[in-house]
Design a protein around this ligand. Structure first.
Ligand SMILES: CC(C)(COP(=O)(O)OP(=O)(O)OC[C@H]1O[C@@H](n2cnc3c(N)ncnc32)[C@H](O)[C@@H]1OP(=O)(O)O)[C@@H](O)C(=O)NCCC(=O)NCCS
Length: 196
C-alpha cells in the first residue's frame, strides 16, 4: 500500500540514509546522469534537520521509501541557489525553494509527483512564503544519453502553475556518469507566485 508522509526538521532524521540511496538511484537517469556518493548525499540531506521550516514529503510502499520530495526556505539555502535571486532583486525571504522530486520508475504516472507539489506548496504557503521555486538541469536535445522515450517534465510543471524563467539560472557542480571529475552544470529556475 502506498502512503505519503510530510515531515519537517528532526523528524526527517530516520530517513536520511533511505533518501540518500533514492537520490543516487533516480539521479543516475537522464537528465541528471549524476554519479552520486553516499557520504556526500547524507551530509547534503542532513541540512534538512536544521530547521522546522524544512519539508520532506516521503512516499512509502508499505515500509519502503520509494519516493521523496524536499524543500527549505530560500534564505537557508546555499549561495549558489540564493545568489541568482539576490542579483535579480528578489527578496529571498519571500521564497521557498524545492530541492528535488524523486520517484522510482515503477511508481510514476499515478499522481504521486503532483501530490509532492501540493504537499510542499501547502507547507510553504502556511509559513507565509509567496513564491515557490525549483530548478531543472539544462541538457541539449541531442545529448548522447537522452533516451528516445524521454518525455521532458516541462508540461507537468506548467500544468502545476510554474513558469520557466530563462533569465534565472544557477550553476551546480557534479560528476556525470561519463565524466572523471565534477564539472559545472547549468540549471534554470521555474517559479510560481501564490499571491493572486
Ligand atoms: C518528477 C517525478 C517525481 C514525477 O512523478 P510522477 O508521480 O510520475 O508524476 P505524476 O504522476 O503526478 O504526473 C506525471 C505526468 O506525466 C504523466 N505520466 C503518465 N505516465 C507516466 C510515467 N510512466 N512516468 C512519468 N509520467 C507519466 C502523468 O499523466 C502526468 O501528466 P499530467 O501532468 O498531465 O497529469 C518523476 O517523474 C521522477 O522521479 N522523475 C525523475 C527525477 C526528476 O527528474 N525529478 C525532477 C527534478 S528534481
Amino acid at each position: 500500500m502506498l502512503t505519503i508522509k510530510r515531515l519537517s526538521g528532526v523528524d526527517i532524521k530516520p530517513y536520511i540514509a533511505d533518501l540518500a540511496k533514492l537520490r543516487i538511484t533516480v539521479f543516475r537517469e537522464f537528465p541528471y546522469l549524476y554519479d552520486g556518493n553516499f557520504d556526500y548525499e547524507q551530509k547534503y540531506l542532513k541540512r534538512y534537520l536544521n530547521s522546522e521550516e524544512t519539508v520532506v514529503v516521503i512516499c512509502f510502499d508499505n515500509d519502503t521509501v520509494v519516493g521523496a520530495s524536499t524543500g527549505m526556505p530560500m534564505q537557508d539555502e546555499e549561495k549558489m541557489v540564493r545568489e541568482p535571486f539576490e542579483k535579480s532583486g528578489f527578496d529571498v525571504n519571500d521564497i521557498f525553494y524545492f530541492g528535488e522530486s524523486i520517484l522510482l520508475k515503477e511508481y510514476r504516472g499515478q499522481g504521486i509527483g503532483s501530490r509532492f507539489f501540493t504537499e510542499r506548496e501547502a507547507h510553504a504557503t502556511k509559513l507565509g512564503y509567496n513564491i515557490t521555486t525549483f530548478c531543472a538541469v539544462d541538457r541539449p536535445d541531442d545529448h548522447p544519453r537522452r533516451p528516445t522515450s524521454y518525455t521532458p517534465l516541462d508540461a507537468f510543471w506548467s500544468k502545476r502553475g510554474y513558469k520557466k524563467k530563462s533569465s534565472l539560472k544557477a550553476t551546480f557542480n557534479w560528476q556525470d556518469l561519463d565524466e572523471d571529475s565534477e564539472s559545472p552544470k547549468s540549471l534554470t529556475f521555474w517559479l510560481k507566485n501564490h499571491d493572486s
